[in-house]
Design a protein around this ligand. Structure first.
Ligand SMILES: [Zn+2]
Length: 175
């Protein structure tokens, strides 16, 4: 049986954007993220995080630093009754020819194969156009960008919806 999933970008969607975040004390959850995830979970979605972490390639922090933050983040979700099915990250830099760095769809395709995800019934929630491009390339047509620190070129965006915050996703994801 295929699962439907909500794919979330991390920085700017799960947590407030901090350039090259690698310390737990700098990790601040976005208001409403837990409520939104509980809502998605109740609708039967699996929740998967897909994040570019070029700070690892740039040597601003290590893979181990990243894993420490991830483990802590997952514990906070768990304490709020939320199961995150997978967290995928790309540790490579922009000059890399890897298949995982968004806007390439590698992380989405790996998630799809590992978990039998029905991409047609799945959604991507991001804060940058690369999130939308990567999702579309992986066969996900339902995409949402949330407005935050990054300015979005809204007239040229391929996003299906552009919303003020994660709280508003409830109005567009209804089944
Ligand atoms: Zn990569």
């Amino acid at each position: 049986m295929l699962k439907k999933a909500i794919f979330l970008d991390r920085d700017g969607v799960v947590n407030k954007e901090v350039n090259y975040l690698f310390k737990i004390e700098d990790f601040e959850f976005i208001d409403g993220i837990f409520d939104a995830c509980l809502y998605f979970q109740n609708l039967g979605y699996a929740i998967i995080i897909v994040t570019n972490q070029s700070g690892i390639a740039r040597k601003y922090y290590t893979e181990n630093d990243y894993q420490t933050v991830t483990k802590w983040m997952l514990k906070q979700f768990e304490d709020n009754g939320i199961e995150i099915l997978n967290v995928f990250h790309c540790p490579h830099g922009p000059e890399s020819t890897c298949e995982c760095r968004k806007p390439k769809p590698g992380m989405f395709l790996t998630a799809m194969i590992q978990n039998n995800i029905d991409m047609e019934k799945s959604w991507m929630i991001g804060d940058k156009e690369v999130d939308v491009i990567a999702a579309n390339s992986a066969g996900i047509n339902h995409t949402i960008l949330v407005r935050n620190a990054h300015s979005i070129d809204e007239s040229n965006s391929k996003a299906e919806f552009i919303l003020d915050s994660i709280q508003h996703t409830k109005h567009v994801i209804t089944t």
